[in-house]
Design a protein around this ligand. Structure first.
Ligand SMILES: C[S@@+](CC[C@H](N)C(=O)[O-])C[C@H]1O[C@@H](n2cnc3c(N)ncnc32)[C@H](O)[C@@H]1O
Length: 648
């Protein structure tokens, strides 16, 4: 009753069933939120005959605080109390760490004394004193800033994210069980983002994306306040309703930038934040406010962001990523020039963007700001875009004007010379944004989504239409069962300079499938295939059960002289082939150059088979109903060709 009367931001106090280890007495718990299992204070209650300084009493109380994971624990023998903060398991507190002791001992001597009216009143007052002491300490802790221990910090965040996801998952599942439209929408999202058919549970992936998005936004807000003091302190009252109460704060940031992170997205509206979810987010904000953000070094913050979502989790969230050595080889094989514009049209969490960043910082010696202005990424998934922004941002957080060119958008709606508002490079503090035209790119890299043919029908029909229209607009006649990644190639050609290169991880199906006849033709005429790289030693895209190859192609004029196509089969993992002394990027570049060979050759590291595109073109033209079988060039040992001359 006191709790609700005094509006302490607390929920209720309950007697919980005794734990097996705690004897008969039940546990008295004061809750931030009982339903969400968010305890605030655990009280170890003993009889007046137990001295307050009894070490067993202290040990029992500490064990209770740890068991319930309450922020505070207290010893109370109906005469005196002592209040403590529950420390992490790595630290053992002593009575000297006491936060508050009772101001005046009560005169009870036996348990039954509490039945006497005067003692009843005294006990009531003392209970209030314990609670007030904890609440006051919690509030004054806000100004008494604590340093961040990254491990504890990430663990706490991970717990919060886990709890939030569970709540969103439960609600999404419940709602979608009876709401056909919602079910359809969820499937469409999964198909559009390319994880339909690749994750076990779509609801779980989407619930996780929503949970991570909120937590990432809140964390990023605190991080940005270190650099942008004009941002207000993020405060959410107990009566405020989320997510509406967050909006004014996030809108404020968007005046600077970080649109990709803070713009409200349809995915968040799929499920309201239940009561428990509200409590978790509120508690998280209160906890984050306790930390001393100003003294947090950039590298610590960077490492927090890096570890926030373990790679393994990303898969469950429908985010598939390319292993870094694979992205690095593609980047080193395709990026050229002193200040090239680079795009990943479905950038996910930014693997290729970070690879391009690192490569260009090394090879072209560009500054963080220069790099951020030439490395572009699009993604339909707001969650993915959020990760990409954070990942690029954290490459150099000391740099204030730090605005990654990441945009939440459907690649097929993006055309050259469309403009996107980004902050003016010199005027970040004036909050002025300027429309930046999408450039023509010198290089397009990535691992675009693939679509299994059984999932093709789940694509929203208008999206399907748009895909085919975009292919036509780029001058290609896409076949009926065209895989999604091929549309990415077609549309990319519209955003590429003459002489620019494309480097994609793709399924190997286009090397042999009927749907790929127009693609094979395009790769011989318009965007000319340079190399196809396969591996006998590793899967290029291990998270999905699909045979993947690397495609490197160049957009040349139609009258450009033919160059032989290189079919490369690696016999060792890329990480092994790039081992050695010296700079990492030197080693990756030298592998890229080595396999860009002008003769067929085979050794214990790789096999390269050169093929004449003129022969392939003529054969495709001779029979327009059959694809060429290009996978055989990746399989047969070179000795095979010397015996049979050619295997056409
Ligand atoms: C296989 S993931 C690749 C992620 C990243 N490139 C990597 O390799 O680590 C494909 C990404 O493409 C995005 N995507 C799918 N369709 C898209 C579209 N039409 N426009 C932009 N992004 C899209 C998905 O959301 C997903 O993040």
């Amino acid at each position: 009753m006191e709790i609700s009367k005094r509006s302490l931001g607390l929920d209720t106090a309950t007697q919980e069933k005794p734990r097996k280890t705690s004897g008969h007495r039940s546990d008295m718990i004061v809750w931030i939120d009982r339903l969400a299992v968010l305890p605030f204070l655990a009280i170890e209650l003993k009889t007046p005959t137990t001295p307050i300084n009894d070490p067993v009493f202290f040990g029992d109380a500490l064990a209770k605080g740890r068991y319930w994971k309450s922020k505070y624990f207290a010893l109370w023998n109906m005469k005196d109390f002592e209040l403590y903060e529950t420390p992490p398991a790595s630290r053992t507190p002593t009575p000297a760490d006491v936060v508050k002791k009772s101001s005046r001992p009560l005169a009870l001597t036996r348990v039954d004394d509490w039945l006497k009216t005067s003692f009843k009143k005294d006990l009531h007052e003392q209970a209030v004193e314990i609670m007030d002491a904890a609440v006051n300490h919690n509030i004054s802790g806000l100004s008494n800033h604590r340093a961040i221990d990254p491990d504890i910090f990430v663990t706490r965040l991970t717990e919060d994210i886990g709890q939030l996801r569970t709540i969103f998952y439960r609600d999404l599942k419940k709602a979608s069980a009876t709401d056909r439209k919602l079910r359809k929408k969820l499937r469409e999202i999964a198909t559009e983002q390319g994880f339909e058919g690749f994750v076990d549970d779509i609801d779980y992936a989407i619930a996780g994306q929503i949970g991570y998005r909120y937590i990432g936004q809140i964390l990023f807000y605190f991080a940005l306040r270190r650099k942008i003091p004009a941002l207000r302190e993020l405060k959410i009252g107990t009566q405020d309703v989320l997510p509406a109460a967050l909006k004014p704060f996030f809108d404020d940031v968007r005046r600077y930038d970080y649109e990709a992170l803070f713009k409200p997205e349809a995915i968040e509206a799929l499920v309201p934040i239940a009561h428990q979810g509200q409590a978790i987010i509120r508690r998280l904000i209160a906890q984050l406010a306790v930390y001393d953000w100003a003294s947090l070094t950039d590298d610590v913050l960077g490492s927090i962001f890096e570890h926030l979502i373990p790679r393994g989790q990303q898969i469950l969230l429908g985010q598939f990523y390319t292993p870094r050595p694979v992205a690095d080889l593609l980047v080193a094989s395709t990026i050229d020039g002193a200040r090239p514009f680079v795009l990943d049209p479905g950038c996910g969490s930014g693997t290729f963007l970070m690879s391009a960043y690192s490569y260009l910082a090394y090879a072209a010696n560009l500054s963080h700001k220069e790099l951020l202005s030439i490395i572009w990424g699009f993604d339909v998934s707001p969650f993915a875009a959020e990760l990409a922004v954070i990942n690029l941002y954290r490459q150099d957080m000391a740099e204030y004007e730090n605005f990654p060119r990441i945009n939440v958008s459907n690649f097929f709606s993006r055309n050259q010379n469309d403009t996107i508002d980004f902050p003016a490079p010199q005027q970040a503090s004036s909050m002025k944004k300027v429309p930046v035209p999408i450039p023509v790119f010198d290089c397009i890299v990535g691992n675009p989504p693939y679509l299994r043919s059984q999932n093709q029908d789940d694509l929203d029909p208008s999206y399907r239409r748009r895909l085919f229209q975009s292919a036509v607009a780029a001058g290609f006649d896409a076949g009926a069962k065209t895989d999604l990644f091929a549309f990415f190639i077609y549309h990319s050609t519209k955003l590429m300079k003459q002489g620019s290169r494309l480097g994609f991880v793709t399924p190997a199906s286009w090397l042999t499938s009927d749907y790929a006849i127009p693609l094979q033709r395009a790769l011989l005429d318009t965007i000319r295939i340079q190399s196809v790289i396969a591996s006998n030693a590793e899967a290029f895209f291990p998270q999905v059960d699909i045979n993947a190859v690397l495609l490197i192609a160049e957009k040349g004029p139609s009258n450009a002289p033919d160059q032989p196509i290189k079919f490369v089969t690696l016999k060792k993992p890329i990480s092994v082939l790039t081992e050695g002394k010296g700079e990492y990027w030197e080693r990756v570049s030298s592998l890229a150059e080595e396999i860009d060979s002008d003769k067929s050759e085979e050794n214990d590291r790789y096999r390269i088979k050169l093929v004449d595109p003129a022969i392939e073109r003529a054969a495709l033209n001779a029979d327009r109903t059959k694809p060429r079988n290009w996978s055989k060039f990746l399989r047969a040992p070179l000795s095979y060709y010397s015996i049979f001359d050619d295997v056409a």
